[in-house]
Design a binder for this molecule. Structure first.
Ligand SMILES: C[S@@+](CC[C@H](N)C(=O)[O-])C[C@H]1O[C@@H](n2cnc3c(N)ncnc32)[C@H](O)[C@@H]1O
Length: 273
C-alpha cells in the first residue's frame, strides 16, 4: 500500500512501474522501461475528465439512459472513474454506464488498486472500482456492478485479442456497439500496436452511430487512419498544457481540425478502407 510522502517505487528488478503524484493530486504510474507515464504529470484527473469523459459528452445527457463505453488501456482506472463522475453530474439524466475495459498488464491494475490517499473527488468514484480491478488482475476478468449506476467488465490481456475473444465468450457480457471509446494506450512511438490500421479498424467497426472516440494523440498518421476508416475526425479539447488530441465520430459534428491538417489529409489518399 502506498501513502503520500512515501517512496512508491518498487524494486527495479521486480517492477518497471513507479507511482507518481501528478499536479492535481491524482496518482499515475510511470513505466521506466518505456520512459512513459500513464498520464500527463500536469494532472491525471484533469486529463481523465476533460480528454475522455467530457470530450465524449458523457455529461451532456446525449446518449440516452445507457452509455456503452469501450475503454482501451484501463491503466489506473481513472478514465472509468471520470466517466462515473461525468454521468453523476447534475443535468446528465444520470445514465447507466455499461463499459468494457481492456488492460494488458495485470500489475498495473494491482498497483492502482493498492494506491491510497487520493483526493476526495477521485476517491468517491475510483474507490468502488478497486476490488474489481484487483480481481481482474488475479483472474483475468472481473465485473463491477452498482445497481442503477454501472456495469463495468475488466478484461486483462492484449485488447487486440481480448476484444474479439470476449465477444465470442458466453458470460462475459458480450460487448455490442459502443457510444463512446476512450483510446488511451501508450504513444505510437513506444507502443504502436493499438494504433495500427488493423486495431483502429476493429474499434471503428464497433462504434455505434452516433458514436464518438477520444484520444490524446494528435499524430497525423493516427488521424489519417481514422479518416480512412470513414470516421469524421476533429479536434479534441486542449487539456492543461497538452495539445488538442483527436476526436473521431460516426454521425456527429466535431470541431474541425486545423486547416493545415485538413489540407494535408486531403492530399493523402486513404490507405485502409
Ligand atoms: C496511458 S495508460 C492508460 C491510462 C488509463 N486509461 C487510466 O485511466 O488510468 C496505457 C495503458 O495501456 C495498457 N496497454 C498497452 N498495450 C495494451 C494492449 N495491447 N492491450 C491492452 N492494454 C494495453 C498499458 O499497460 C497501460 O496501462
Amino acid at each position: 500500500m502506498c501513502a503520500a510522502g512515501e517512496d512508491h517505487s518498487l524494486p527495479k528488478e521486480i517492477s518497471p512501474w513507479e507511482a507518481l503524484r501528478t499536479h492535481d493530486g491524482a496518482w499515475t504510474l510511470m513505466h521506466r522501461g518505456l520512459g512513459q507515464a500513464c498520464h500527463s504529470l500536469s494532472g491525471a484527473w484533469l486529463q481523465a475528465r476533460e480528454r475522455y469523459a467530457l470530450a465524449c459528452r458523457l455529461d451532456r445527457g446525449v446518449w440516452g439512459s445507457r452509455v456503452r463505453l469501450l475503454d482501451i488501456g484501463t491503466g489506473l482506472g481513472l478514465n472509468l472513474a471520470a466517466a462515473l463522475w461525468a454521468l453523476d453530474r447534475p443535468g446528465t439524466g444520470q445514465a447507466f454506464l455499461d463499459a468494457h475495459s481492456f488492460e494488458i498488464a495485470p500489475e498495473v491494475l494491482r498497483l492502482a488498486a493498492a494506491l491510497e490517499d487520493w483526493p476526495a473527488e477521485i476517491e468517491r468514484y475510483h474507490q468502488p472500482l478497486r476490488a474489481a480491478m484487483l480481481a481482474a488482475a488475479q483472474r483475468g476478468v472481473a465485473h463491477f456492478q452498482q445497481a442503477g449506476v454501472a456495469s463495468i467488465w475488466f478484461h486483462v490481456g492484449d485488447a487486440r485479442v481480448r476484444l474479439p475473444e470476449c465477444e465470442a465468450a458466453a458470460g462475459e457480457g458480450a460487448p455490442r456497439a459502443f457510444d463512446a471509446v476512450f483510446l488511451d494506450p501508450f504513444s505510437p512511438q513506444v507502443q504502436g500496436d493499438l494504433w495500427s490500421e488493423e486495431f483502429l479498424q476493429q474499434v471503428a467497426a464497433r462504434m455505434a452511430t452516433p458514436g464518438i472516440l477520444s484520444t490524446y494523440s494528435a499524430s497525423f498518421r493516427v488521424r489519417s487512419r481514422l479518416v480512412a476508416l470513414g470516421l469524421e475526425v476533429g479536434r479534441g479539447p486542449r487539456v492543461g498544457t497538452k495539445s488538442s488530441g483527436t476526436l473521431a465520430a460516426k454521425g456527429l459534428k466535431l470541431e474541425p481540425l486545423e486547416p493545415r491538417t485538413q489540407r494535408r489529409l486531403a492530399r493523402h489518399r486513404p490507405r485502409c478502407a
